[in-house]
Design a protein around this ligand. Structure first.
Ligand code: 5GP
Ligand code: ZN
Length: 219
């Protein structure tokens, strides 16, 4: 438990049901976050014993290792995007348009593109992780979840405290290397979708996130 809670997934992935461990191989374990901060929130856990105890900034200084983690993260992003399509595709105007065109008789030469769900998934690490084992968040952009209960929950995914995996390697002078926990997590709430500023009004933010979620899945 506590800060060591992710270790058991790495050592014994086979002992969990598929509702918890999504897949595993020699090098990675993909799991559902137990306290999801979005409608879909997965974690990629690298298993390499020489890396799992390192801070992500340190682990990702190794270019070869970073490339490997990025590749697996892309794989999990695709999987997450497919899941979003499966869950929300039926609501999505873009998907419905595409389906309608596909089933038309005769179908058009040029099909409208379906929604790119890959873009609705963000992947990265926290500048100051709370859990000790190296992990990459793979999370739907919506930030819509009952488990999103605290100010820091929102801002840890919505400020530079969250460092996208594709931003690595970080430049030596990158400010995010020296996060002032206060600075990022105590910032005003800015809606991830429309950019409105909710100041420190968490209840209002939560209400707004629900409205944005309903629209987001329909696009
Ligand atoms: P961090 O803030 O360290 O980047 O994120 C750690 C993540 O691990 C959090 O999103 C938290 O909800 C998740 N978490 C904490 N304990 C457990 C656990 O025992 N099992 C799973 N699956 N996720 C956990
Ligand atoms: Zn908004």
């Amino acid at each position: 438990g506590g800060r060591e809670g992710l270790g058991a997934y790495i050592t014994k992935p086979e002992s969990y049901p598929s509702s918890v461990v999504i897949y595993y191989n020699d090098d990675f374990v993909a799991i559902h976050d137990m306290f999801p901060k979005s409608s879909l929130h997965l974690l990629l856990l690298p298993r390499d014993q020489t890396k799992t105890r390192l801070h992500p900034f340190e682990a990702f200084e190794d270019a070869e290792y970073l490339a490997k983690v990025k590749l697996e993260t892309q794989k999990l992003r695709k999987l997450a995007a497919g899941e979003l399509r499966r869950i929300y595709g039926k609501h999505s105007v873009q998907e419905q348009t595409r389906q309608a065109a596909l089933s038309a008789d005769p179908p058009p030469d040029e099909l409208p593109p379906g929604r790119d769900w890959d873009k609705e998934v963000i992947c990265g690490v926290h500048a100051v992780p709370s859990m000790n084992h190296l992990h990459v968040h793979v999370i739907a952009v919506d930030r819509y979840s009952e488990r999103l209960k605290h100010r820091k929950h929102y801002n840890s995914f919505s400020t530079p405290f969250f460092v996208p995996i594709d931003d690595f390697p970080l430049a030596p002078e990158d400010e995010r290397r020296h996060p002032t926990r206060e600075g990022y997590l105590k910032r005003d709430f800015i809606c991830w979708r429309c950019g409105d500023n909710f100041g420190n009004r968490f209840v209002e933010l939560k209400k707004h996130l629900e409205e944005e979620f309903k629209e987001w899945k329909m696009v």
